[in-house]
Design a protein around this ligand. Structure first.
Ligand code: SF4
Ligand code: SF4
Length: 281
């Protein structure tokens, strides 16, 4: 294992293609966000973590979600994401739930790395891959990086060190109208193909609606952006139609998409977070 960063192509190419094999749609990835909160406060966090209350995924609910999803979906990798997933005290159990579901050949965790020195052996034994975001501040110490590399080598865990000096500024202050611009934004947004989410029995083509719903509360209609999974025979066709829809999500009206302009990475202060949250119910 080495610490050399992987080269990322940005924006990633889209293919608008969802092949079906053995009754399951073959996708790049599927993810579950296992906590909403984080130990950092990055401005422009895609998951809106600095603005959201603490929340922990229930392993039993994740198992139910995956049982439904595995009937119609075959992602190449299943990702446990957050917020910061290492804040979940049952993260090793959650990894085992994903493995037991058989939904994907690989289980990955996406983390800012700060708590990786605290992870128990069960975590290192069961996880297949880690994507570790590296921000200009706070920097991971050399000792922590060395520990991660040693553990990864010992337990045969793939490491993807991802330098994040800049952040895509996806949030939109004034909502977009539900017209041609929103349709084009959704059509061309690579996130709709690469960041599929499962949460509370609902599949989302992008992670944003579930978090917008938490942020906006009863005033939002973002839950309708997802597709509730069931075990009826028509689910596969319904899923394919959902993946290929042309109508933008409600969330797209509040978003600039995955190819929005970038800005240097920075942390929000507590005061800035309070000011942003004051605009929501
Ligand atoms: S570390 Fe990740 S989840 Fe946490 S605030 Fe930053 S971007 Fe969001
Ligand atoms: S524009 Fe935003 S909300 Fe719409 S699919 Fe892309 S990332 Fe998701």
């Amino acid at each position: 294992m080495t610490a050399s960063p992987r080269v990322h192509v940005f924006p990633p190419p889209m293919d608008h293609h969802y092949p079906v094999q053995d009754g399951r749609v073959q996708t790049r990835s599927l993810e579950a966000h296992v906590v909403d909160h984080c130990n950092l406060t990055c401005a422009g966090c895609c998951s809106l973590s600095p603005l959201l209350p603490d929340w922990y995924a229930d392993p039993a609910q994740l198992a139910r979600d995956l049982a439904l999803a595995a009937r119609v979906l075959r992602p190449r990798v299943f990702k446990l994401v957050g917020g910061e997933p290492t804040l979940h005290p049952a993260l090793p159990e959650l990894i085992q739930v994903v493995k037991a579901s058989g939904i994907a050949p690989k289980v990955s965790v996406t983390t800012n790395g700060l708590k990786l020195a605290d992870m128990p052996e069960a975590f290192w034994r069961d996880v297949d891959a880690l994507t570790i975001s590296r921000y200009p501040r706070p920097r991971l110490t050399d000792d922590l990086v060395a520990h991660v590399e040693d553990q990864a080598a010992r337990f045969d865990v793939s490491l993807n060190w991802k330098a994040q000096d800049t952040f895509t500024q996806m949030d939109r202050e004034t909502p977009l109208g539900d017209g041609p611009d929103a349709r084009a934004l959704f059509r061309d947004c690579w996130i709709r193909e690469r960041c599929h989410l499962i949460r509370d029995g609902v599949f989302y083509t992008c992670t944003r609606p579930a978090h917008f719903q938490t942020l906006h509360g009863d005033t939002g209609a973002f839950a309708d952006d997802g597709l509730r999974l069931d075990d009826e025979p028509g689910m596969l066709d319904t899923l394919l139609a959902y993946l290929q829809r042309e109508a933008p999500l409600q969330a797209c009206l509040h978003c600039q998409g995955g190819s929005a302009p970038v800005a240097p990475h920075r942390m929000l202060s507590r005061r800035q977070i309070h000011a942003i949250k004051a605009a929501y119910p």
